[in-house]
Design a protein around this ligand. Structure first.
Ligand SMILES: [Zn+2]
Length: 131
């Protein structure tokens, strides 16, 4: 990731001031939306370790890494739009983020719309699941 270029998550900020510090572990996302954006950025980099580390432990399965890597390596990520958030702020303990993630693969182009649920436990935001 070029830290001086705009962040892949579409937040109109340089990566160094957006998702990069989350992916390198130097900062924790303060909101559910920040975590959601950083997970999209992690997909653009096929960063399975970050995606698994931010997935709530109750939701993990043994083939997560293989699935993430296969999908990320076969897809080209072309943009993210956050449509709506509910709670998920620094003082909340759960939240929802509705978004559209655009990507393409050998078979076509896609706009994946999802409402993701997040929880904050022990001061850390986790992705739980799609509603
Ligand atoms: Zn970002």
């Amino acid at each position: 990731m070029n830290l001086a270029e705009l962040c892949p998550c579409g937040n109109s900020r340089k990566a160094a001031l957006c998702c990069a510090p989350f992916l390198d572990g130097s900062r924790q996302p303060a909101t559910a939306e920040e975590l959601m954006r950083s997970r999209y950025t992690a997909y653009t980099r096929a960063d399975a370790a970050y995606l698994i580390a931010t997935l709530h432990p109750s939701q993990r399965s043994v083939d997560d890494e293989a699935n993430i890597l296969a999908w990320a390596h076969n897809s080209r990520f072309t943009g993210l739009s956050v449509l709506k958030t509910k709670a998920g702020k620094a003082k909340d303990s759960d939240g929802l983020v509705e978004f559209v993630a655009r990507f393409s693969d050998a078979d076509g182009t896609y706009a994946h719309r999802e409402i993701s649920s997040f929880v904050k436990e022990d001061g850390k935001w986790w992705y739980v699941s799609a509603l």
